[in-house]
Design a protein around this ligand. Structure first.
Ligand code: ADP
Ligand code: MG
Length: 413
């Protein structure tokens, strides 16, 4: 049985899954061939499987670098529940000796460590005592200063991995912005052809980007067409308060504000109310949404422009997690970009060109006459069809027959 066929068998036998999801198989196949890879897939896509499956298929231990102890212990529990031989070496583990013994005896599939441990010389020496099959670097954007979560210890991983040149590397992240991606590959020594990126399309979300004239009226219309729960992102606390009040009055629906200036109890109550509700709209600053698990959000609206395409994707991505039809609508004005460009002057110089590039990319999405989804996916490096049929530009594009018909009418008039 070849390696990928063996992995397919373990997918079923060990993990209980009927098949691979998205491009998991492409990543696993590369790893089994010993080729270093950066896997960029959205949260929830199933990145862990892409190192756990090789770890149980290949001889030798897979060393997993993960930034948070809590995350490691979650992974440890679920791996062990599947019968995988896994361990962590963290400051809160009491069973170090057993773990070290099991590793030396070649009885560990997965060994989870924090970057600060991994970068210590003693750890390098420890790893030389038994065969390794893979280095997996989870949350790999932490290695890049372009990313939003730079961790200096991640920089030292390269030294560790270089000491084991025959062991392939698999870096994993949900952060798809181009600069971060390129930087992660360079920092971790992953070849340029080692990128597997996929799964960013959210086909059930309809994207629309419209000029803002009267946001209260425009949002009232949107809410009339979408009776389910929604999130409205507004740029300032004052705007949040004002819109929440006016929309409640105009629509008669439950509309609550959320921003960092509210009391913690009020924030928690409004968030809990929203999560439980089937028709509530929450008007919020970007402080709202992280870690909220509400699958039936029917629309996400932006009043003003988000900070970047990444921000837009993340915020609109809170719509339609249940897979049902949902909308993402942005109401923008030319002044939004002017304000954002002025703000660039206050950004320190090192980050300014990156921030400017982010803003330019966003302007490209807003101003395009073509398919919005195509711009989004291409930005992330995915290869989309040229039209999606589910964004404002695709839907409102007069079809060829309409244009011919129109021309005929004009000529005969
Ligand atoms: P990520 O790290 O990409 O955010 P996880 O690795 O935590 O995602 O996986 C998310 C969920 O998807 C987990 O519950 C996992 O068990 C599930 N999952 C992963 N791969 C598959 C698959 N091939 N079929 C079904 N479920 C899967
Ligand atoms: Mg993960």
């Amino acid at each position: 049985m070849n390696a990928i066929a063996g992995a397919r068998q373990s997918l079923k036998d060990v993990f209980g899954f009927d098949g691979f999801r998205g491009r998991q198989e492409a990543v696993v196949a590369r790893v089994l061939e010993g080729r270093s890879t950066l896997a960029v897939m959205p949260t929830g896509a199933g990145k862990s499987l892409t190192y756990q499956l090789p770890a149980v298929t290949l001889p030798g231990t897979c060393v997993v670098v993960s930034p948070l102890i809590a995350l490691m212990h979650d992974q440890l529990r679920s791996a062990r529940a599947n019968g995988i031989r896994a361990a962590t070496l963290t400051s809160v583990d009491a069973d170090w000796r057993e773990t070290q013994h099991a590793f030396r005896a070649g009885e560990l599939d997965l060994l989870y460590v924090a970057p600060e441990r991994a970068s210590q010389p003693a750890f390098r020496e420890f790893l030389s005592a038994a065969p390794l099959c893979l280095f997996a670097v989870d949350e790999a954007h932490c290695v890049s200063e372009w990313g939003h979560d730079f961790r200096p210890d991640y920089r030292l991983l390269r030294g560790l991995m270089d000491a084991f040149p025959e062991v392939p590397r698999l870096a994993l992240t949900a952060t798809a912005d181009r600069q971060t991606r390129a930087d992660v590959m360079a920092q971790l020594g992953i070849p340029e052809d080692g990128l597997v990126l996929a799964g960013f399309d959210r086909p059930n979300i309809r994207y629309s980007i419209r000029h803002r004239d009267n946001p209260v009226r425009q949002l009232t219309e949107l809410m009339a067409s979408e009776p389910g729960p929604g999130i409205v992102y507004a740029p300032t606390r004052r705007k949040v308060e004002e819109l929440a009040e006016k929309l409640a009055a105009a629509t008669g629906r439950p509309v609550l504000p959320y921003h960092a200036g509210l009391d913690a109890e009020v924030r928690a109550a409004n968030q809990a109310g929203f999560v439980a509700s089937e028709d509530m709209v929450i008007v919020a600053t970007v402080a709202f949404g992280m870690g909220i698990d509400k699958p039936d959000v029917r629309f996400v609206a932006h009043v003003g422009v988000p900070k970047s395409i990444e921000g837009y994707y993340q915020e609109t991505g809170r719509a339609g997690r249940d897979g049902d039809p949902s909308q993402a609508v942005m109401f923008w004005g030319a002044g939004d970009f002017a304000t954002a460009r002025q703000r660039l002057a206050e950004v320190d110089e090192a980050r300014r060109s990156a921030e400017r590039a982010r803003l330019d990319a966003l302007a490209g999405l807003v101003e395009t006459a073509g398919c919005r989804r195509a711009v989004l996916l291409r930005h992330f490096g995915e290869d989309p069809p040229s039209t999606c049929g589910n964004c404002d530009n695709c839907l409102e594009q007069p079809s060829v027959t309409d244009v011919t018909e129109l021309a005929r009418k004009l000529l005969s008039a």
